[in-house]
Write a protein that binds this ligand. Structure first.
Ligand SMILES: [Zn+2]
Length: 461
């Protein structure tokens, strides 16, 4: 069924140039500090996290979406109410307020202005929560914790340095739950400048340089975000996408380790311009992680203009969420995998929490598609990041490890642990949720936190 790509002379020239100038040995793409941790063989991996700061994202938009203000009107109103209270309380302590609190304060004011709170809202809020079901939802929420998390996210968004966010990550990361182990992590960049409405203060190149520099100081494996839109811009005598790729993987200089795709930012993985990059990734053992979960972060374009190996495709499914879901579908990768069968590909979020809510007894379509690729292709993996904030679906995930059904065998050898820090912070008590994840996957930690990640990264001896 799959369309076989025939590269043009120009595309082939890029592939040849890449293969003769980039680092082909995965081990040599590791920074000295990452290599040290791996050599000591006493680590745990977080295979999916982010340390972008407030200047890498559109902070206003991010916090509103992260707090799920749009999804649940009851929670939205209550969160607004809480934020208002936080401000009010802090105002009373104005004199003792340090500068960080002050920034938070100003920040929260800004959010509230965008979601102004009037009498009508309060009335409809109180009439709505009289429903027993809603009261149940509200009573089960640990509100102190929610307030702390709101503050955490605001602190992160107020930072303008990835290193500060990284230090915060280390305080909450998985090694705290596995005594005696060192932390090593995959840090995924995001190109929100492409395909996203909003003001991003740090440019793509600035973010790329900062992440690369940090990877020389800390045990992290940085993944370069790619977006087809970059190929429409020039950098030197080449398009920005290819020029950046060549620079970031160049032999003899600090290297990115892998590639990050985020289809819901406005493209299919079959976008023609990505195919030469995947051809190089396959041959040079450069691993690719793709977002395959929720639709929170997505392009505003409608229709989404993309292509299937050069044949124009317009995606217009009815609304923004449906477009995002269509772009994130794992089956969009089948044609890529058919062309590049050895490609190292990990599906971030294993299909996503919505798919996992429907996977209690048998895998929902997204999960079973990923599972079928694990059977069919030698280097397909998936991480369970973000989803672990929900106990029910974490339990379902753990149950597949207990199954003796050969169809579910890849769970043991192809699953990776990841958090999706800090995107998950508003919804997760990281310490408790990571503990629970470890509990339901008891007996498989060696694989999830080490061996499977090493295999995905092409670092197996
Ligand atoms: Zn992520």
């Amino acid at each position: 069924m799959a369309e076989k790509i025939k590269f043009t002379a120009e595309e082939q020239a890029f592939i040849d140039l890449a293969l003769s100038t980039i680092e082909m040995d995965p081990k040599k793409r590791l920074s000295a500090v990452a290599k040290d941790v791996l050599d000591r063989k006493n680590y745990v991996f977080d295979a999916h996290s982010h340390i972008f700061d407030g200047q890498c994202v559109d902070a206003d938009y991010m916090i509103i979406r992260l707090l799920k203000f749009d999804d649940n009107p009851i929670l939205k109103r209550l969160l607004e109410f809480l934020i208002k209270r936080i401000i009010k309380e802090e105002k009373n302590f104005n004199e003792n307020m340090n500068s960080a609190d002050f920034v938070e304060n100003v920040y929260l004011q800004k959010i509230l202005k965008q979601h102004s709170f009037n009498k009508k809202d309060v009335d409809s809020f109180s009439s709505k929560i009289t429903k027993e079901k809603d009261l149940g939802i509200l009573m089960n929420v640990d509100w102190n914790n929610v307030v702390e998390r709101i503050k955490d996210v605001i602190r992160i968004l107020n930072s303008n340095k990835m290193e500060e966010v990284y230090n915060y990550f280390v305080k909450h990361a998985i090694q705290n739950n596995v005594p005696g182990k060192e932390l090593i992590s995959i840090q995924l960049g995001m190109d929100l400048e492409s395909g996203w409405k909003g003001s991003i203060q740090k440019t793509y190149q600035e973010q790329t340089n900062e992440l690369l520099a940090l990877s020389q100081k800390q045990p992290i494996l940085p993944f370069l975000p790619v977006h087809p839109e970059r190929a429409t811009k020039k950098l030197g005598d080449m398009n920005e996408l290819y020029a950046t790729f060549l620079r970031c993987f160049k032999k003899g200089s600090p290297n990115f380790y892998g590639i990050k795709c985020y289809p819901s930012l406005g493209y299919l993985p079959t976008a023609r311009v990505l195919a030469p990059i995947f051809a190089v990734c396959e041959q040079a053992n450069i691993p690719v992680i793709t977002h395959c979960g929720g639709s929170m972060i997505s392009t505003f374009a409608d229709p989404v203009k993309t292509d299937f190996f050069g044949f124009e495709v317009n995606i217009s499914e009815g609304d923004r969420k449906k477009n995002a879901d269509a772009l994130n579908e794992p089956h969009n990768w089948e044609a890529v995998l058919e062309n590049f069968k050895q490609l190292r590909l990990s599906f971030g979020h294993f299909g996503g929490d919505e798919a996992w809510e429907k996977s209690k007894n048998t895998p929902a379509p997204r999960v079973s598609t990923i599972l079928s690729y694990m059977h069919k292709y030698p280097n397909v993996y998936a991480d369970f990041s973000f989803n672990f904030n929900d106990r029910k679906i974490t339990k379902s995930f753990g149950n597949y490890f207990k199954s003796t059904d050969p169809n579910y065998a890849p769970f043991k050898t192809r699953s990776l642990f990841g958090t999706d820090f800090w995107v998950v912070v508003p919804q997760s008590d990281l310490e408790k949720d990571q503990k629970y994840f470890l509990k339901v996957t008891q007996g498989h930690h060696d694989n999830l936190l080490d061996k499977n990640v090493i295999a995905f990264l092409g670092l197996k001896d």
